[in-house]
Write a protein of this length. Structure first.
Ligand code: GCU
Length: 435
C-alpha cells in the first residue's frame, strides 16, 4: 500500500477507536472526578473536623475494607508467646546486635512458628527507630550471615523472577539460599544510619498459595473461614506484622514509637493494610504495591480486580469477587486505604517501567488521600501533578517514581531513610524534587 493509503487507513482506524478511547490525561481526569470522597460519610454527611474523621469516618472505612477486601482477622490470641532463641552482640563484623525471636501466635505446641530476625545498630546507645519488613524468600535470603536460622516453612521452588532459588528442594530452603536476595536489603546502610532492621518470611505466617486458608496461621482460626469476609493471606501477613510489633514493644533496644513498616509489591499491599489497621506503626512504606495496594482501581490501567482474584484467589476475601470487572464502579478505592494511615507519614513509590502496577494510579491514590492528611493538620502531599522520574516529593505523604523495573533498588532505600530521618529526627519543611 502507498504511503498516503497507509495514512488514510491509520486515520480511519484511529477515528473508529476514538469514541471508546481515553487519552492518558482523560483517564486521570475521569478517575479523579469519579473517586469517592474520603471525607464524606456513608450517610452523606461531610467530615469537617479531625474528631469526625477519628470517631466516625475512619472506623467506617476500616470496616468497608475488612468486609469487602482484606477480610477479618482474629484478635491477638491469649496463647501468643515468643522466645528469643539467638543473640549475637558482634554480628555483621561487630556493627550490630542480632536477635532472632520465634513468635508462636497460637502457643508453642500448635504452630505456626514465625521467626523475626532483628539487627540493632551497636553505635546507637539508646533505643533505635526500626524498619520492620516482610520478605519473599526467607530471613536467611536477606543476608549471608551464617547465624540466621533457615526457615523450615514451605518455599516455592518454581522459577523466580526475583532471585535464583536453585537451592530449594522439595519445598525446603537449603544453605544454598543464604543471601540470595541480599541485594534488595542494604542492611548495613540502614544500621549505619542509626536504624534497626527487622524482617520475617511471609511463608512462616501463611504460604503464598491457594490452599483454602488451611495451613500455617490460618489453620489456627477455622472459624474465620467459610464466610465472605474471611481471614485472607494478605490479612494474615498484616496480622503477623502486628504480632512482631507486640514483641518490638518489649525490646529495650527498639524505639517502638518509631517503627516504619516496609513492603514490596504484594508485601507492599500488606504494609498498607497493616498500617491502616494498627496505629502503632509510625510510618508506612508502600513500595510498588500496585493493584490491591496503592494503585487507584478506577484509573483502569495495569492489573485489574478480576486478575487479582483469579491468579491470587487467596490474597483477598470472598466478598472482593463481587467487584470483578467493576474497577471503575468501586464504591471505595485505594486512596481511602492510604487515608486510613493519616496523620502518620506514608510513602508511596513506583518504578517507571512497572506498568502492571500502574505508577500513575499509585500516585493518584496518594494525591487523593491528601485532603484527609490536611484535615488532620499535616502538610499532606506537597504536589498535585505527577512528579518527573527521580524527583522525590516529601511531605507527610511522600512519593517517588524512579527509572527502571519492578524491583527494590538502593535509590529507593535512600529515599526511605531520608523520609524516616525527617519524621523521626525532626521534620523540616516539605521538599519537592529531593531538595
Ligand atoms: C504479581 C501480581 C502483583 C504483585 C506482584 C508481586 O505481579 O500480579 O499484584 O504485586 O506479583 O508481589 O511481586
Amino acid at each position: 500500500m502507498s504511503t498516503p493509503g497507509l495514512i488514510f487507513f491509520a486515520a480511519v482506524g484511529f477515528a473508529m477507536l476514538l469514541p471508546g478511547m481515553l487519552t492518558a490525561a482523560a483517564l486521570v481526569e475521569d478517575a479523579v472526578a469519579t473517586a469517592p470522597d474520603p471525607l464524606v460519610l456513608g450517610d452523606g454527611t461531610r467530615v469537617t473536623t479531625p474528631e469526625q474523621w477519628r470517631e466516625r469516618r475512619r472506623p467506617e472505612l476500616l470496616e468497608i475494607f475488612r468486609q469487602n477486601m482484606y477480610g477479618r482477622a482474629p484478635a491477638r490470641p491469649a496463647a501468643f508467646v515468643w522466645e528469643v532463641f539467638d543473640e549475637d552482640t558482634h554480628a555483621l563484623g561487630g556493627k550490630a546486635t542480632r536477635r532472632q525471636v520465634a513468635l508462636y501466635p497460637n502457643g508453642r505446641d500448635h504452630g505456626p512458628r514465625v521467626d523475626l530476625l532483628l539487627y540493632l545498630p551497636n553505635q546507637v546507645t539508646g533505643p533505635a527507630p526500626t524498619f520492620l519488613t516482610l520478605n519473599f524468600w526467607g530471613n536467611h535470603a536477606v543476608t549471608a550471615d551464617p547465624g540466621v536460622r533457615i526457615t523450615t516453612s514451605w518455599m516455592e521452588s518454581s522459577a523466580k523472577p526475583y532471585a535464583d532459588l536453585s537451592g530449594v528442594t522439595n519445598g525446603q530452603a537449603t544453605a544454598a539460599c543464604r543471601g540470595v536476595n541480599a541485594r534488595q536489603w542494604p542492611i548495613e546502610t540502614i544500621l549505619a544510619r542509626g536504624y534497626g532492621f527487622a524482617t520475617m518470611y511471609r511463608g512462616d505466617i501463611a504460604p503464598d498459595k491457594f490452599d483454602h486458608w488451611t495451613n500455617a496461621l490460618h489453620a489456627a482460626f477455622p472459624e474465620f473461614q467459610g464466610r465472605g469476609d474471611n481471614f485472607t493471606t494478605i490479612g494474615a501477613w498484616a496480622w503477623g506484622l502486628s504480632r512482631a510489633m507486640d514483641y518490638l514493644q518489649t525490646d529495650r533496644r527498639v524505639d517502638a514509637r518509631k517503627v516504619a513498616v516496609f513492603g514490596w509489591s504484594r508485601l507492599g499491599k500488606t504494609s498498607l493494610w497493616a498500617g491502616a489497621n494498627d496505629e502503632r506503626f509510625a510510618l508506612v512504606i508502600s513500595h510498588e504495591s500496585g493493584a490491591g495496594g496503592a494503585k487507584l482501581f478506577r484509573h483502569g490501567v495495569g492489573e485489574n480486580i478480576e486478575r487479582l482474584n483469579s491468579v491470587f484467589p487467596h490474597w483477598f476475601c470472598g466478598n472482593f469477587r463481587q467487584f470483578n470487572n467493576r474497577d471503575k464502579e468501586m464504591p471505595f478505592d485505594q486512596h481511602m486505604l492510604i487515608s486510613l494511615i493519616a496523620p502518620r507519614p506514608v510513602y508511596v513509590a513506583s518504578a517507571a517501567e512497572d506498568l502492571h502496577a500502574d505508577p500513575t494510579g499509585e500516585f493518584l491514590s496518594a494525591r487523593l488521600a491528601d485532603p484527609v492528611y490536611r484535615l488532620l493538620g499535616t502538610p499532606g502531599l506537597p504536589v498535585t501533578e505527577w512528579p518527573p522520574v527521580s524527583h522525590p516529593v516529601m511531605g507527610q505523604i511522600g512519593y517517588h517514581v524512579r527509572p527502571g523495573k519492578h524491583d527494590v533498588e538502593t535509590y529507593d532505600w535512600e529515599q526511605y531513610l531520608t523520609f524516616a530521618d525527617r519524621h523521626f529526627h525532626g521534620a523540616t519543611a516539605p521538599t519537592v524534587g529531593g531538595k
